[in-house]
Design a protein around this ligand. Structure first.
Ligand SMILES: Cc1ncc(COP(=O)(O)O)c(C=O)c1O
Length: 324
């Protein structure tokens, strides 16, 4: 397989002809795995998905980070929208599918995208008898918000779009249709010259960014919105909280609004794709010194040590695999 540069967009990778995907239990050429045009999820957006990263931990050896937690969240997302009723693949099957996809594409490092979706059949909105399909794609993906962003921080805005509330949707599900809101917020932010958007809820509290959880540092405390709010229960968020506690940092989960964020000492975003990305400004106001802060750097370094297998205290989070 032709290796793409680390920062290559997935669109470019999808254009290659030798990509292999796992579909309903089999590794097939991506070319032959095209979706029928009456695929229900394509029309109405009912699908559950995950974003998972693997890192090279030794030459030719990869490790998937917190694979078990991602598969558990995938199955929980299916349960939220009742896709689990007709899902014929188990936790073990989906776990194995992720590793098989990396191996089939000779990726010791990359991004995995499992998707569970409703296939063709009835076209009414409430279709309950259509088959439920599973696929896993994988590609090489560098720093989601840029290498420069990881080092120097990114500029965010508070979005004009709100994160949908508990009475509107199932906010703990990683559900495909839910991301229309994120796309609109991201496009608006980038169109206005920012790198990323942070969304409020109906009460004006900070929720999360378009694909990342939000943390701020104030007076040496690490503060993040609580899980009871309408945010995704990020696996990187959980990692950050555990790492911070292990380092004796006080972690507080509580709501806060944009004024506290503007006056924070440090702000950073966490996500599987974005990893740990510092925020240097929000709405044109510098955060702290307008650069990556010391606690962000400490936790970012700690995170990369863990995912790259350099910190044996967290080896339980790594699913190691060899390339064939
Ligand atoms: C809306 C949203 N919030 C937060 C996150 C971060 O979650 P995780 O750290 O599990 O990737 C993601 C990414 O999956 C996301 O899409």
């Amino acid at each position: 397989m032709v290796q793409s540069p680390v920062s290559a967009a997935p669109e470019a990778i999808a254009a290659q002809t030798d990509v292999r995907v796992w579909v309903n239990g089999q590794i097939v050429d991506a070319e032959g795995a095209r979706l029928p045009h009456l695929t229900h999820s394509f029309h109405y957006g009912l699908g559950a998905f995950e974003g998972i990263r693997a890192y090279e931990v030794a030459p030719g050896v990869g490790a998937v980070f917190r694979l078990d937690d991602h598969i558990r969240r995938l199955i929980a997302s299916c349960h939220l929208v009742t896709l689990d009723k007709a899902l014929t693949f188990s936790h073990a099957d989906l776990t194995q599918a992720c590793v098989a996809t990396l191996q089939a594409n000779r990726l010791s490092e990359g991004y995995l995208r499992p998707v569970i979706y409703l296939g063709a059949g009835a076209m009414g909105i409430g279709a309950t008898s259509n088959p439920v399909h599973a696929l896993v794609a994988g590609w090489k993906w560098g720093a989601y918000l840029g290498d420069e962003g990881l080092r120097r921080g990114i500029a965010c805005c508070i979005s004009s779009f709100q994160r949908p509330g508990h009475a509107t949707t199932l906010t703990k599900g990683k559900l495909t249709g839910q991301y229309i809101n994120s796309i609109l917020a991201k496009r608006e932010a980038v169109g206005n010259g920012y790198d990323e958007a942070i969304l409020l809820n109906e009460q004006g509290y900070i929720t999360e960014a378009t694909g990342e959880n939000v943390f701020m540092v104030k007076d040496n405390q690490l503060i993040t919105p609580p899980l009871g709010m309408n945010i995704l229960a990020g696996i990187t968020r959980a990692t950050m909280i555990e790492m911070a506690c292990d380092r004796g940092i006080i972690v507080v989960e509580r709501p806060f609004a944009r004024d506290e964020l503007y006056c924070a000492d440090e702000v950073f975003l966490t996500g599987t794709a974005a990893e740990v990305t510092p925020v240097r400004a929000v709405d044109g106001r510098n955060i702290g010194q307008g650069q990556r802060g010391p606690m962000t750097e400490l936790l970012q370094q700690g995170y990369f040590d863990i995912v790259r297998g350099r910190d044996s205290r967290y080896a339980r989070w790594l699913t190691r695999f060899d390339l064939p």
